[in-house]
Write a protein that binds this ligand. Structure first.
Ligand SMILES: Cc1cc2nc3c(=O)[nH]c(=O)nc-3n(C[C@H](O)[C@H](O)[C@H](O)COP(=O)(O)OP(=O)(O)OC[C@H]3O[C@@H](n4cnc5c(N)ncnc54)[C@H](O)[C@@H]3O)c2cc1C
Length: 388
């Protein structure tokens, strides 16, 4: 039987993608059997396991889009999409290398100089470089142009002063990619005069303080830069071009499957448990609705991956994926909570599902905030459609 082309597209399963999908599934099954990690909800933020990241990279599943000469696989965004989707669907502990692989590698390839690429990309592709992103500040989240962290020329490079906030993983990262003002604010061009710096977290003058979630989980931080000297070699891209650079990165940050699969483990395990138990028509319809939404979001996200593969700008579409996808993630938590009402309390999976649900509930408010709030992204979508 031939599979119609639209269904191949639906699954991102053209021949070499299907081979890759099988390979990552086999790796995950074998790795979990040997090392015993538990699939997690919101694994790309919360499940930090450097050994797993290194094993994944050694098996060739990190740095997929990084050219071979820098230690990567030299494959396309669709290959990366397939691997990312499988990692999230399996709830694998990917947080350690996630931001470096997703965001910093493309930024280095687009804006970094040769020395930076040779120094950093092989470590990213080896899953051993952990990076945080320092954009948001108190009073400069949605309105990022209000960022007040400043960098001024100093002997040996730049002197950095300011405070970043909500910096995910900074306490365990090797570096933070910081957006800072390098010229005074021009009220007519608020987005001008920014630059990006790669700042080592062990540099003198860097102080990282935890911001805990309500249950005590520690993922994000406040990061103080007090007279930190950043060598010239660690300026990323062009001085003064920082705004353009960070907005270009957002296409990668906002469109991936992590914008609709953060609750995948909860959904998949709940559906599997209900399937084993058997459900009435109404519950079956709710499951069907949930799955249909995942499939549609997948289509949308794959279409952005195809745009990125073709080297085209996909910022508006990426914003759309993030808005619809993260709303789905949030809603999925309560839909699954309702579905679990019909699961036999004595079922062997009941305890684990309740644990997954509790984590998903705790993280759900974060889904629509991180990577730019959905309210703001709707404005991006409208402007992308020509609405001023
Ligand atoms: C889990 C998580 C991880 C994060 N990780 C990082 C990180 O690693 N690095 C980093 O730099 N940042 C990170 N952030 C910060 C994130 O990018 C910001 O929280 C986000 O951009 C919103 O900024 P804010 O929190 O200052 O809210 P504000 O900008 O103060 O917004 C408050 C509310 O007002 C609404 N609002 C604001 N402006 C408008 C407008 N123009 N129109 C309509 N509504 C508006 C917003 O939608 C929101 O509901 C993270 C956030 C979360 C939740």
């Amino acid at each position: 039987m031939t599979i119609p082309a639209e269904f191949e597209a639906l699954c991102a399963n053209d021949a070499d993608l299907a081979t890759l999908r099988t390979a990552i599934r086999d790796f995950l099954a074998a790795d979990r059997a040997e090392f015993g990690w538990q699939p997690a909800v919101d694994c790309w933020l919360a499940a930090w396991d450097p050994d797993f990241s290194a094993r994944l990279a050694a098996a060739g599943f990190v740095g997929l889009t990084v050219p071979v000469e820098y230690g990567g696989r030299g494959l396309g965004h669709l290959h990366r999409y397939v691997v990312t989707e499988e990692l999230l669907a399996h709830g694998a502990p990917v947080a350690a290398h996630w931001i470096a692989d997703r965001q910093v590698a493309p930024a280095l390839l687009r804006y970094g100089n040769e020395e930076q690429r040779r120094r950093l990309l092989p470590r990213i592709a080896a899953g051993t470089l952990y990076s945080a992103i320092g954009m948001s500040e108190h009073g400069a989240g949605s309105d990022l142009a209000a960022a007040a962290t400043r960098a001024s020329r100093a002997e040996g490079g730049w002197r950095l002063d300011g405070t970043k906030v909500w910096t995910s993983g900074a306490h365990v990262a090797h570096q933070v990619v910081v957006l800072a003002r390098t010229s005074p604010v021009d009220p007519d061009h608020r987005h001008a005069g920014f630059s990006q710096f790669i700042v080592r977290t062990d540099a003198p003058g860097v102080t990282i303080s935890p911001i805990a979630l309500m249950n005590g989980e520690h993922h994000f931080n406040e990061v103080l830069f007090d007279g930190v000297i950043v060598p010239e070699a660690d300026v990323l891209g062009e001085v003064g071009d920082g705004w353009h650079q960070v907005t270009a990165e957002l296409g990668f940050e906002r469109s991936g499957p992590e914008r609709f699969l953060s609750t995948a483990r909860l959904i998949l395990e709940a559906v599997a448990a209900l399937g084993r138990q058997g459900v009435d028509e109404r519950t079956a319809a709710d499951v069907g609705d949930l799955v249909a939404r995942v499939v549609s979001l997948r289509q949308l996200s794959i279409s952005v991956a195809r745009e990125l593969s073709a080297g085209r700008d996909a910022n508006t579409r990426a914003a759309l994926v993030k808005d619809l996808g993260t709303r789905f993630e949030q809603e999925s938590v309560e839909v699954v909570a309702d579905l679990l009402e019909v699961l036999d309390e004595e079922a062997p999976e009941a305890v684990r599902l309740r644990e997954l649900l509790a984590v998903a509930r705790l993280h759900a408010p974060l889904f629509t905030l991180r990577g730019g709030t959905n309210e703001v992204l709707r404005g991006v979508v409208a402007r992308g459609l020509g609405v001023r």
